[in-house]
Every structure is written in structure tokens, then in C-alpha cells.
Design a protein around this ligand. Sequence first.
Ligand SMILES: NC(=O)c1ccc[n+]([C@@H]2O[C@H](COP(=O)([O-])OP(=O)(O)OC[C@H]3O[C@@H](n4cnc5c(N)ncnc54)[C@H](O)[C@@H]3O)[C@@H](O)[C@H]2O)c1
Ligand SMILES: O=P(O)(O)OC[C@H](O)CO
Length: 329
Amino acid sequence: MGVRATVMGAGAWGTAFAMILATAGNEVTLWARRPEIAEGINNTGCNPDYLTGTHLPGVTATADPDAALTGAEVVVLAVPAQQLRANLAGWTMPAEAIVVSLAKGIEVGTLQTMGQVVHEHGILRDRITVVSGPNLADEIAARQPATTVVAGWDRAVAEQVGAVCRTPWFRPYTSIDVIGCEIAGATKNAIALAVGMGMGRGFGANSMASLITRGLAESTRLGESLGADPHTFAGLAGMGDLVATCMSPLSRNRSFGEHLGRGLSVAEATTASRGVAEGVRSSTSILALAHRQDVEMPIVERVVQVLAGELSPDEAIRTLMARETKPER
Ligand SMILES: NC(=O)c1ccc[n+]([C@@H]2O[C@H](COP(=O)([O-])OP(=O)(O)OC[C@H]3O[C@@H](n4cnc5c(N)ncnc54)[C@H](O)[C@@H]3O)[C@@H](O)[C@H]2O)c1
Ligand SMILES: O=P(O)(O)OC[C@H](O)CO
């Protein structure tokens, strides 16, 4: 028996998630900011801008947020991290709905995770869940097998969301480590920028593996300082997502880093990007959060310096390699 589910945001992941929910037997409404996107979906059954060849049977689109939200039992938030708070302020959330956050980022200024932003908007913590894992939207849209983590403060609610978005090719696990999944999801984008820069400089698997492994170490440190379970970082929302993002040419964050490594400016890399590369804005807030928590994040620090034009990718790599020798852990 399905639920009435609404996805707020018709970018790549919002569109793919709407398809998952419809395939799982739910009644699905997809809110698009631009009316022409909603019209395109309703007229052709495909999103004209994102995942363009993907059919969305059972998905009804609208550009009216009130129409989208009225009566929804599950509300999925799929707008970019830095835009979530402003969007929430303009929406009337259904009183009893379960809220699912898809965005992977840390808010600039407040240094809050998306779950914290949603909670601050007045949603009870027990009704908030986040979905995070190795989930490149293009592969999900192509119905390739994938797993994910649904994390919630209330395990039963996480299980409910897991059941609602389970399909033969999309297998959700559950967790109660919301902060761990959110920190893992946000930081992997910053690490993918670093990996991309290395690839753009022409480096191979050794460099990539070094950045992934040490990147995971610094993400785990930050997560633990905020009360996360370190095991989360070894799981799908941690290592799983980091590997998928850093290995795949489909990743916007890795691609953005590759552009920088090849000598493009941040503005040029932004123009070349196929969608939002969350790490570009969130790297700064992740580093600020690390400073607040007194946690060392040398890779993220170099990424921030490259994005700010203070270091070239070569200088970033050279200074990372010049750090003092120390025990691995
Ligand atoms: N694409 C993926 O493979 C993927 C997978 C997992 C998680 N995510 C995360 O999901 C979130 C959304 O990513 P996406 O891939 O759908 O992004 P996207 O770049 O494909 O689309 C962004 C969507 O947000 C809309 N948007 C932009 N500015 C907005 C604003 N001010 N208000 C409302 N809507 C606005 C755009 O119109 C578009 O519909 C990000 O945090 C991303 O990290 C993405
Ligand atoms: O394309 P990216 O870099 O935003 O990564 C997409 C997903 O987060 C991968 O799980």
C-alpha cells in the first residue's frame, strides 16, 4: 500500500527519486520551480532538463508548492543545500508529514546540516530522515542496482521511509546516525573535488586512493567530534558514497575538481558543470565547522584555498605531501 509522496525539487536527484517512489507504488507529485519543467513532465512524461530520456510513469508535476504539499504524507526535499532554508520559509509543510532530506551539504553561515535546518523550521526531529549513499542520479534513473542509507532519529520512521522507497533496483538500509550520514554526505563532495583536481593534473590510482582514504579519515574525525558513530563512515553513506563519487565521471564534484586541475577558473568550471557541485559552497562551511570543533582537515583546507584562488592545485598537492610524518592513526 503506497503513500502520497511529494518531491520538492525537480533536478537530477529529485527527478530520479520521484521515479523510485512511483515505481515503489506511491502516489507521487514532483514540484518544479520552473513551470515549463512541470508542463514538460506532464505533457511528455519526461523531465525536459534533467535525466531527459528517463520516463516518469506515475509522476504528476506542478510548479505550485501549495498544490504539491497539500495532503502529502511524505515530503522529500531535493533542492540544493544552500537554498533549502529560503525555500522552506515559503512552503507550508503538512502538519503530520514525514520529511526526507536528500541534499548533501552544510549551510554556509550557520554551519548546520540539512536535518538541523529542517528541524529549526519547526519539524519534530522524530519525523525527519535523510537519505545518503552511493546514488549517482543517472545510474539510478537507468535502474542500475544501488543501495543507500535512510537515517532517522526514530528508527521506525527510517524503516517506514525505507519501505516507501524500496524498488527491485534500489535497496535502502536504515540507520539512526543522522549526523554521521549527513557529515559523510557533505564531506565526500569536498574530497571528490580534491580527487578531481589530482585527476586533472594527470595523477592515477595511487593518488586517488590516498586522497579517498585520508579524506575519509578527516571526515570521520569531524563526524566523531559531533557525536557520529565512526562505523557510519565505513558504510554506504561514508566509504560507499566517497568511492562512487570519486570514481565516477558522472559526479559533478569530481568533474568540477578535474576542471580546476586542468587550469580552469572557478567561474569557468561552474559554467562547465552539469548541475550543482555542492562541495564548492560547502567546503568553506565544512572547514569552518572543523575549526569550531578543533578538528584538523588538511585536504578540505587545501580545497578551500584552491577555490579561493589562494593556492594552485599543484601547490595544494605539494603542501599536503610536505606535511610532517606521523602515525596513520
Ligand atoms: N545528482 C545526484 O546524483 C545526487 C545524488 C544524491 C544526492 N544529491 C544531492 O541532492 C541535492 C540536489 O541535487 P540535484 O542533483 O538534484 O541538483 P541539480 O543541479 O540536478 O538540480 C538542482 C535543482 O534545484 C533547483 N534549484 C536551484 N536553485 C533553486 C532555488 N533557489 N530554489 C529552488 N530550487 C532551486 C534547480 O532548478 C534544479 O531543479 C544536492 O544536495 C546533491 O548533492 C544529488
Ligand atoms: O554528482 P555529485 O558529485 O553531486 O554526486 C552525486 C551523489 O551525491 C553521489 O552519491
